[in-house]
Design a protein around this ligand. Structure first.
Ligand code: NAD
Length: 395
């Protein structure tokens, strides 16, 4: 069938297998063009199919030659419905890994459940023996607690006070003012339950109890801080409360892993267009302005450049020393004062009429469609493609 993008708000309900494969190949080629990472042999990535998790998996496999297990929640094609982008990304990843003789396995299911954790542990025992690095990169709107059965929903809201700022409809280019009402106490609790550290700790506890973490095993989860204008909706909002919890858990996990020489980190990453970030009010306009400024200054990075830097300069430093800070800042270029000053100057002036001059709306849109395999280089979108693609080593 011919696959075209079908958008509904900030989601696209179709994905293109060849476009996703092309994007994975480009990320792989970037990593292969860089210096080899003296890194982990066996890596587990929870939330491995898109965004930062996919880039982590690619950096580990093609930068360090690691065997990988990816856990993610994606759907195969069915009837006239295409598979989700993460499905096609993972199929393409596995094909490339296989060609290089690397072991790679994919587990599709709910990472929050005990069943998926048990399945992953069994797979490690039979195929890899042990894991050197656990990357925790889940972004989810919901979580069902494996013990209590309660289903939590996360919300992106300020805490205490309503928040008003400019926001962008990136499909039409229209800038308007949005007001987001504050979260209730229960919404804060539920967001922490979904996006905080409890599930990350459950993964590490269960992996450790099963004896499948190698000596010196390291773990990392991802966070965001960002500029003051987004603090009410992010850093100080519901999601920020969840990220504080993630940092709290990183300290606990670090103590827990220290006995075997391991570490736990939170890496603060740059704001980038992903399926999760496009759903946050205000943030897409900030990202458009940021892209423009960082591209003009030659500082722009995508997920893969960020993850290569995380692996090569922090987790597996070239000088062989350990990263000292629990909180790793690879948002350093985004937060540089010259970058932020320029973004804020533009922010004050941004309106619908000048959005294309003052921000990189075009780049934002292209990145958004590329998340779903559209607008990729060299792909014939008029060609008939089979949406049914198998993931070679799905377990
Ligand atoms: P994303 O939406 O691209 O990826 C989320 C991943 O989680 C996907 O692989 C998805 O399949 C998986 N997932 C979701 N629910 C799952 C479930 N129940 N079971 C198994 N897998 C599940 O998101 P992203 O933007 O790459 O975010 C990853 C992490 O990075 C998050 O912690 C996010 O807060 C953080 N982060 C993102 C940005 C940004 O700008 N995008 C910046 C800094 C930090």
């Amino acid at each position: 069938m011919i696959i075209a993008p079908k958008t509904r708000g900030f989601i696209c309900t179709t994905a293109h297998p060849d476009g996703c494969a092309q994007q994975v190949k480009e990320q792989m080629e970037y990593v292969k063009s860089q210096q080899k990472i003296d890194g982990p042999a066996n890596v587990l990535v929870v939330g491995a199919s898109t965004g930062y998790g996919l880039a982590s998996r690619i950096a580990a496999a093609f930068g360090a030659g690691a065997n990988t297990i990816g856990v993610f929640f994606d759907k195969a094609a069915e009837g006239t419905r295409t598979a989700s982008a993460g499905w096609y990304n993972s199929a393409a990843f596995e094909k490339q890994a296989e060609e290089l003789g690397l072991k790679s396995f994919s587990i599709v299911g709910d990472a929050f459940s005990d069943a998926i954790k048990e399945k992953t542990i069994d797979l490690i025992k039979t195929e890899l023996g042990s894991i050197d690095l656990v990357v925790y990169s889940i972004a989810s709107p919901r979580r069902t607690h494996p013990v209590t059965g309660e289903t939590f929903s996360s919300v992106i809201k300020p805490v205490d006070e309503a928040y008003t700022n400019k926001t962008l409809n990136f499909h039409t280019g229209e800038i308007s003012t949005v007001t987001v009402e504050p979260a209730t106490e229960d919404e804060v609790r539920q967001t922490i339950a979904v996006m905080g550290g409890e599930d990350w700790k459950m993964w590490i506890d269960q992996l450790q109890a099963a004896g499948v973490l190698a000596e010196g095993a390291t773990t990392v989860a991802y966070s965001y801080i960002g500029p003051e204008i987004t603090h009410p909706i992010y850093k100080e909002g519901t999601i920020g409360q969840a990220k504080n919890d993630l940092e709290r858990v990183a300290n606990l996990l670090n103590d827990q892993l220290a006995a075997t020489g391991g570490q736990a980190y939170v890496s603060v990453n740059k704001a980038l267009v992903t399926q999760s970030s496009s759903a946050i009010p205000v943030v897409p306009l900030y990202i458009s302005a940021l892209y423009k400024v960082m591209k003009d200054k030659g500082l722009h990075e995508n997920c893969i450049q960020q993850m290569y830097r995380l692996f090569s300069e922090h987790l597996y430093r070239k000088d062989g020393t350990h990263e000292k800070d629990r909180l790793i800042r690879i948002d350093d270029w985004e937060m540089r004062s010259d970058v932020q000053e320029e973004v804020m100057k533009r922010w004050a002036a941004l309106e619908t009429d000048n959005v294309n001059d003052l921000s990189d709306l075009e780049g934002y849109r292209r990145d958004f469609f590329q998340l779903f395999g559209f607008e990729a280089k060299g792909v014939d979108y008029e060609a008939d493609v089979d949406p049914n693609v198998a993931i070679p080593h799905q377990v």
